[in-house]
Design a protein around this ligand. Structure first.
Ligand code: PMV
Length: 359
């Protein structure tokens, strides 16, 4: 499906007011997206685990307004008005208006809450933008847009991408690919798709414990970070490498080869940060405790033969990934050796999840 096909033909129903509630999860990339072209088109394909516990629930209430001159909306986080969220949503509305022509006809109340602590350093943009996109899609559908379930999710993913790139991987479980890859059927630059091939039992219910190392505001927004890949001395090689890593991931996922999985996932995490450290201007998002944790994980793996590994987002927090059958031992290790490096000892236990839900 191409962009133009997401423009509704015409709406057959007229609705005065209503509301929809969706809950949508966060996701953690195994092969990372870092660098984009115009219109949120990724420079390389990526793949992520959909999470289960870290999610955003959004209720979108809408009521018809007198005129259709401009966007009209208010935003609440945990019941509190959040005017500082408005510019990002206004930009999102402008980008998606052509695909949701009703946007200026209604006044919207957006009420949102996250299961993870606000400003925990866990990005809420993926879960937040996908939840909002889904609520808007429910309106689109109830206005009479004839759309199959598959196209509903595709268009929601497409819209979420225009809010925040990685958000397009948050709609479905349990592994999602975004970005055209010549070995993955149906993969697309414009929306995320459920990973279509065989996944070994080893990856069922894969665990992710998120260690909250630094809850401060990000020093660099991801928009700025992505833009620094333009003219980056290693960009071309990086995009090639991500393509190859995704090819390799296909056989790793099929065979359940955890050693190869660990090597690929950790290398991807460090490469993401290496890109940041070698851009101009350069920056470091890891903190001393991020490195302490990485070294502890390596030492534990060496001594125990565990298949635990780590990955990182664009921040200092560490995602500790491990198979379900090691959950007990790894959690003991985390409590005994890693929690000391978390801010206020905070961490979140999560695992692979099954995607967004209409509530
Ligand atoms: O979705 P954005 O624009 O915030 O970019 C996020 C990119 C990473 O989280 C660092 C990597 C990824 O693929 O999710």
């Amino acid at each position: 499906m191409i962009e133009k096909e997401f423009i509704p033909k015409s709406y057959s129903n007229s609705i005065e007011s209503g509301s929809f509630t969706w809950s949508s999860p966060s996701n953690i990339a195994l092969v990372k997206y870092w660098g984009k072209k115009e219109h949120q088109i990724p420079e390389n394909p990526s793949i992520s685990f959909t999470l289960d516990n870290c999610k955003t629930t959004t209720t979108l209430s809408f009521s018809k307004k007198e005129n259709s001159d401009s966007f009209s909306f208010e935003v609440f986080l945990d019941g509190e008005k959040k005017d500082d969220f408005k510019p990002k949503i206004e930009t999102f509305f402008k980008r998606v208006e052509a695909y949701l022509p009703f946007l200026k006809d209604y006044h919207f109340k957006i009420e949102t809450s996250n299961t993870f602590p606000h400003s925990s350093g866990i990005a809420s943009s993926a879960s937040g933008m996908s939840a909002l996109a889904l609520c808007l899609m429910s309106i689109d559908k109830s206005l009479g847009e004839h759309i199959s379930q598959e196209n509903f999710i595709q268009k929601a993913s497409f819209l979420a991408r225009l809010g925040s790139g990685s958000a397009c991987r948050s709609l479905e479980g349990d592994l999602v690919v975004w970005g055209k890859h010549n070995k993955i059927d149906g993969s697309s630059d414009v929306f995320g798709v459920k990973y279509p091939y065989e996944v070994h039992q080893n990856f069922k219910n894969y665990q992710d414990t998120i260690l909250l190392v630094d809850k401060g505001e990000k020093q660099v927004s991801s928009t700025v970070g992505h833009n620094l890949m333009h003219g980056h001395p290693f960009a071309k090689e990086r995009f090639k490498q991500a393509n190859k890593n995704l090819s390799d991931m296909i056989s790793i996922l099929k065979d359940g080869d955890l050693d190869k999985f660990i090597a690929l996932v950790e290398s991807e995490a460090l490469t993401l940060h290496a890109m940041m450290m070698t851009s101009m201007p350069y920056f470091i998002l890891m903190k001393p405790n991020t490195l302490e944790i990485i070294n502890k994980i390596w030492a534990y793996r060496q001594s125990s033969g565990s298949k635990v590994c780590f990955t990182l987002d664009a921040g200092a927090n560490v995602h500790v990934l491990y198979p379900e059958n090691e959950a007990f031992q790894v959690l003991e290790f985390i409590k005994n050796e890693l929690v000391a490096f978390c801010q206020k000892g905070q961490y979140i236990n999560d695992k692979i999840g099954f995607g967004a839900k209409l509530l």
